[in-house]
Design a protein around this ligand. Sequence first.
Ligand code: UDP
Length: 236
Amino acid sequence: MKYNRILLKLSGESLMGSQGYGIDPERLNSYASQIQRVADKGVQIGIVIGGGNIFRGLSGAARGFDRVKGDQMGMMATVINSLALSSAFEAIGQPAKVFTAIPMFPVGYPYSKWEAIKAMKEGSIAIMSCGTGSPYFTTDTGSALRAIEIEADVMLKGTRVDGVYTADPEKDPEAKKFDKITYDEVIARNLKVMDITATALCKENDMPIYVFNMDKEGNLEKMIEGENVGTLVSNN
Ligand code: UDP
């Protein structure tokens, strides 16, 4: 196995599946079983989920909400998604534990690095919600932070495209995919891998990011086994 401990970032939007809003149970169950197959191989798994399928602070602010309250609403949305995913895991017999960066026990357990690592070592999937727990951040930054904290070997960013391209492949048919790229190049070329805060945090702490298409069944397993199914972003 190429990696022993991973942090998987799932966007809230990916949970919508073919719906325009909310959570598609089919997509949720497909993710849960793909992730379980990787857990069955003995890989320790931490997960951070976004909340964009329910609420984003920035769009709230655009509609007149206080930004900090809007961001708190966005963080609550990540809790909703995390609970949904943990429920899908439990339904297939996969132990999972939801942590919240903002204390709200018994909805989830208060997040701490050591409790998350303990849960993973005991065979549970650690789902870390609320992003960083602070407004003005994104769940990309939250997942970079958690990946570094839990000492993951890699941060996996599951997206709708199969890696990092020279341009948006959904808009530009000439776009070419990178197998490997540096953080500096991602920032210099303004490639939309993750926001700059998240990318800079990974760069400073040498946390490799692997971008791949999570919606192609089996990709997650292939990636874990070392197959080249996406793009690796690192310092060299
Ligand atoms: N959010 C926040 N702090 C964090 C992470 C998230 O305030 O550390 C809020 C922010 O309002 C964001 C929303 O939660 O818009 C949902 O997260 P995000 O947009 O990253 O979700 P995704 O795009 O991955 O679905």
